[in-house]
Design a protein around this ligand. Structure first.
Ligand SMILES: O=c1ccn([C@@H]2O[C@H](COP(=O)(O)OP(=O)(O)O[C@H]3O[C@H](CO)[C@@H](O)[C@H](O)[C@H]3O)[C@@H](O)[C@H]2O)c(=O)[nH]1
Length: 458
């Protein structure tokens, strides 16, 4: 722990698991650098403050009503959050600024890129805002190019062009563009534009990635943006365990893994938001059962459209597998990926899952569902070559073939060797002279320098 800096930072995570985890990891990292931290959060999906006694938590009120919180269209939900949080967030932040002691002034706000409204609030209060982008740089490059992609006719995506290459963004195909299935595609484009523009207007962008992984995407952004960038990830490698889970992690996963052979298990999880059809659910179930490999499968409540949990699983499905399959509602994913029994991660390619898999050297089988996941999956399969993608629909035969490619065939060994190299780089970048280590020091200096401007203006 470094000497206290006498400065407080205010953090504001977007209230979803894939965004809360990296923001609270960042809170820990900056706390260890000597800053005091206040986390402003919504009451919707509020983090468990008891896990973080060293941080101060400040809930805002009146963010989402119960019926609003259950809106299933993710774009509508994100836009609504930006509207509903605006007033209570401003009140909360200005309260914190006026209460702040002279010995410990607030240096800056760090908020999620998707909370675009916070840039205006910070400007109004004379407080510098840094952005945390929880996704990768590779997808952000594409989001930033949405106006260009519209001009060129790639967007909105046309069914007949799905397999075409997007010439300006190799190796992306039209089907890899990070669009979201929504009733309001226009609203989605506006959301992306606002996220990108307000991020560009910020004092700096903090990335949960590392230079060696996304060299070219970061370089491209460096040419396009004047905003300073700080790739200081992978965040979760700084501190051992993530305790920001909104759902209870089922420890039976580890007890079950302890009984499996080394490097034998397929771990299947599609993150905290993705939902799949009943038909896909059954194909996955049969694909796993037929593969003959042991599997640990996270089936979240609500993962299958219109279902509570496992009601559509065929009768005696697990019993007939004689212990070869284990299903939980939520797993301690970091511990699972680090377990020696894990051979393969079948993922929806959320950015956190992708990074976590790289850091443990676990090859990936990708079925992206939405948004940035499609870009991440293409990078996993075609740029870093550390996994394969199950393309053109989920069918038990193609699932079986993909599992075999990774578990049995020579290609699988090559993929494993490549991801072990990346794992090594992910750990080196945090060492004393590593790229993320150095960027973190630069970020700390930058935060300390912007603070002095505000300090005098208050
Ligand atoms: O059983 C589980 C499953 C997941 N996790 C954790 O939950 C997080 C999930 O994050 P991620 O893999 O990024 O998936 P999403 O929850 O889908 O994340 C959202 O946020 C990401 C970061 O912005 C985006 O890349 C995704 O597209 C978006 O859906 C990870 O830290 C996992 O370790 C668990 O702890 N237990």
């Amino acid at each position: 722990m470094e000497q206290r800096k006498g400065r407080r930072l205010v953090l504001f995570p977007l209230p979803f698991q894939g965004h809360i985890n990296p923001m609270l990891q960042l809170a820990n990292i900056l706390h260890s650098k000597g800053f005091s931290i206040t986390v402003i959060h919504t009451t919707f999906n509020s983090p468990d403050s008891s896990q973080y006694p060293h941080l101060t938590f400040c809930p805002i009120k009146g963010d989402l009503s119960e019926s609003e919180a259950s809106i299933s269209d993710v774009v509508s939900l994100l836009v609504l959050l930006n509207v509903r949080c605006s007033d209570p967030f401003r009140d909360c932040l200005s309260g914190l600024l006026s209460e702040a002691s002279e010995e410990e002034p607030v240096a800056c706000l760090i908020s999620d890129a998707v909370f675009y409204f916070t840039q205006g609030v910070a400007n109004g209060l004379g407080l510098p805002r840094f952005v945390l982008r929880t996704g990768g740089a590779c997808s952000f490059v594409v989001f930033a190019a949405f106006p260009f992609l519209k001009d060129k006719g790639y967007l909105p995506v046309q069914e007949s062009k799905l397999e075409e290459l997007v010439g300006e963004f190799p190796p992306l195909k039209v089907k890899d563009l990070p669009v979201v299935d929504t009733k309001k595609p226009e609203k989605f484009c506006q959301l992306v534009d606002r996220m990108v523009n307000e991020t560009k207007a910020s004092s700096g962008i903090i990335w949960n990635t590392f230079q060696e992984l996304e060299e070219s995407a970061l370089a491209k952004l460096g040419e396009e943006l004047t905003t300073r960038m700080y790739p200081i990830g992978p965040f979760h490698n700084y501190c051992p365990a993530s305790s920001s889970s909104l759902l209870e992690q089922d420890r039976s996963s580890i007890a079950w893994l302890n009984k499996q052979e080394p490097r034998s298990v397929v771990y299947v999880s599609f993150g905290s938001i993705a939902a799949i059809s009943e038909a896909d659910f059954l194909e996955i179930a049969w694909g796993l059962a037929n593969s003959k490999h042991p599997f640990l499968w996270v089936v979240r409540c609500g993962l299958v459209h219109g279902n509570k949990w496992l009601e559509k699983l065929p009768d005696r499905f697990l019993e007939d597998l004689n212990g070869r399959g284990h299903i939980v509602k939520w797993a301690p994913q970091l511990e699972v990926l680090a377990h020696p029994a894990i051979a393969l991660f079948w993922t929806h390619s959320g950015w956190n899952s992708t990074l976590e898999s790289i850091c443990e050297g676990v090859p990936m089988m990708c079925t992206p569902c939405s948004g940035d996941q499609k870009v991440n999956a293409r990078y996993v399969s075609d740029v870093w070559s550390v996994g394969v993608q199950v393309e053109n629909g989920l069918e038990r035969e193609t699932i079986g073939r993909s599992i075999r490619r990774l578990m049995v065939e020579k290609e699988g060994d090559e993929i494993r060797n490549r991801i072990l190299c990346l794992k090594e780089k992910a750990s080196l970048c945090l060492s004393n002279s590593g790229s993320s280590f150095q960027c973190l020091d630069q970020l700390v200096s930058h935060i300390l320098s912007v603070e002095s401007i505000v300090f005098h203006s208050h």
